[in-house]
Ligand binder design. Structure first.
Ligand code: HEM
Length: 493
């Protein structure tokens, strides 16, 4: 048995994909392959081992080797509590559950309530980037979308003023990128050098989080002071704004612990909220746009989506209400299908084993403490057992049954709901089970509003070949440099 850096020991009997134990410098070379090729390893291992119900191991750069369990164990891993299999150690942990509680309760409950504000930000940012004069422009897709996503989400997180401050938004976005880059860099250093290396590698993180916190801290402090003062003095003229900062301060005051009522901690919570939401949402929107406009029948697909969006918008008097958005079945299916094929991760539900001395998996296999286990998401997403014709981008895959049912063409019972927000054992971009992404309802609402607005008001030139995603560490990265030709069109309602 061989220890791999500060990760745990993998039992010798486990088969590896992406590592040849007999080659010279096998550990270093396999780690490197884990950095540049792990998405392929997950897929290959899935076909070779998961399909037989077996476990395999892939090298991955930041998380160390990952033990991949077969789909038969997905229901099991989906529902194991944090103290046994830790999700937080594989995503992020800010020490308390306040953020998760706020997203699950307040943010999800409020969906639809702020659609006018979200729409205003989307419209303004698209007008300023894509122009309104009907001339073709070449623009970077990812950077354009990040501005729309960042300003519309932050309008609800921090309010109108700071929400439209690009210095703050871009600092939060860059902070999210820095965290990934610094963890890739840090992994190159042995444990003894990590404290020193970490100081240097995280200079950009501190710089960008410093800028974001410069704006966040006074905002949170002010909100805190105002809310407390209003409680003591009902004549104090202050109306609590309805945004995440207010909800956070209210919840913190209710809990009343020193950590949770520290304005700096709360401000950092808002930075983490940006970390979890902006890049993920932007990547998903970018992938969807690329997948739709690179399909061989792109024009036909765009027409079908436009037709749906314009009918729905007309039926809802030109306003993207929550109900209107819930009727965008085809667009919802397009986003879900894109996430199936071009999703962010090669794996899903990464969990670190926290049981002292290790634990036994449902098939009787023993795994040591501190190893990471997960499911090969791409393997499942491209498995014919779960999807007919899995290599095809079938935009209507998930909306077809519903449209056919509504047209009276099939069945007398509505088909099983497979919306973008519905996680399942065969569709894992948001994870599945107790740690499933709590922000997915908010993300879905905003992505659909953004793409529907774009479809109705802008024209995008199709691609003959889709700019490819690349595999870095355990994730599939959207082509951040890809550009599109776009122009304003006259919307026909
Ligand atoms: C399309 C966009 C998004 C994608 C693809 C995405 C994906 C994910 C995934 C894969 C996880 C880990 C699930 C697991 O380990 O089982 C996760 C967790 C999380 N996401 Fe999202 N997410 C998105 C948007 C958002 C948004 C908009 C928010 C906040 C408003 C958010 C907040 C969170 C939080 C707080 C967690 C940690 C949950 C926990 O540990 O219990 N996400 N997300």
């Amino acid at each position: 048995q061989k220890a791999t850096r500060d990760h745990s020991v993998i039992p010798n009997a486990f088969p590896w994909v992406g590592r040849n134990k007999n080659e010279i410098f096998s550990s270093v070379r396999s780690n490197y392959r884990g950095l540049v090729n792990s998405v392929q390893h997950f897929k290959a291992g899935y076909r070779k081992y998961s399909k037989l119900g077996l476990i395999y191991v892939v090298p991955a750069w930041t998380r160390g080797p990952q033990i991949i369990i077969p789909p038969s164990m997905t229901p099991w891993i989906a529902n194991i509590p944090e103290n046994i299999l830790s999700a937080k150690e594989c995503t992020f942990d800010n020490g308390n559950d306040l953020l998760g509680v706020l997203i699950r309760k307040e943010l999800t409950r409020s969906i639809g309530q702020f659609n006018n504000e979200i729409f205003e930000e989307i419209d303004l940012s698209m007008q300023s980037i894509f122009g309104t004069d009907g001339q073709w422009r070449k623009v970077n897709i990812y950077n354009s979308f990040i501005k729309s996503v960042g300003s519309s989400a932050n309008r609800i997180f921090v309010g109108k003023e700071l929400g439209s401050n690009m210095d703050f938004i871009m600092a939060s976005v860059k902070f999210a990128k820095d965290v990934s880059i610094s963890s890739y860099i840090l992994h190159m250093f042995p444990k003894a050098l990590k404290p020193v290396a970490s100081w240097f590698a995280t200079i950009p993180n501190r710089y960008h989080s410093g800028i974001a916190m410069k704006y966040l801290r006074p905002l949170v402090q002010q909100r805190f002071d105002d809310i407390v003062r209003k409680r003591d003095d009902p004549n104090f003229s202050f109306e609590e704004p309805d945004d995440v900062v207010t909800w956070m301060v209210r919840e913190a005051l209710k809990r009343n612990t020193s950590i949770e009522t520290s304005p700096a901690e709360l401000a950092y919570g808002i930075l983490l909220l940006n970390f979890a939401s902006i890049t993920t949402t932007t990547i998903t929107a970018t992938n969807t746009l690329l997948d739709i406009h690179s399909a061989p029948n792109a024009e036909e697909l765009v027409e079908a989506l436009r037709e749906e969006a314009s009918v729905v918008l007309r039926e809802h008097n030109g306003v993207w209400t929550k109900q209107a958005i819930s009727k965008l079945y085809r667009l919802d299916s397009a986003i879900r299908e894109s996430a199936r094929m071009s999703g962010i991760g090669g794996t899903a539900m990464a969990r670190k084993v926290k049981v002292p001395g290790g634990m036994t998996l449902p098939d009787g296999t023993w795994v040591p403490e501190n190893v990471t286990i997960g499911v090969a998401m791409d393997g499942i997403h491209f498995d014919e057992e779960f999807y007919e014709n899995p290599l095809k981008f079938d935009l209507f895959r998930f909306s077809r049954p519903r449209e056919q049912y509504l047209a009276g063409l099939i069945g007398d019972k509505p088909p099983v709901n497979e919306d973008f927000v519905t996680t399942s054992e065969r569709w894992l971009p948001f994870g599945h089970g107790i740690h499933g992404c709590p922000g997915r309802f908010f993300a879905s609402n905003n992505i659909k509003m953004m793409l529907a607005h774009l479809l109705l008001n802008y024209e995008v030139q199709p691609w003959k070949v889709r700019p490819p995603n690349i595999s870095i560490d355990v994730i599939s990265v959207v082509p951040m440099q890809a550009t599109m030709m776009i122009r304003r069109r006259v919307a026909k309602m």
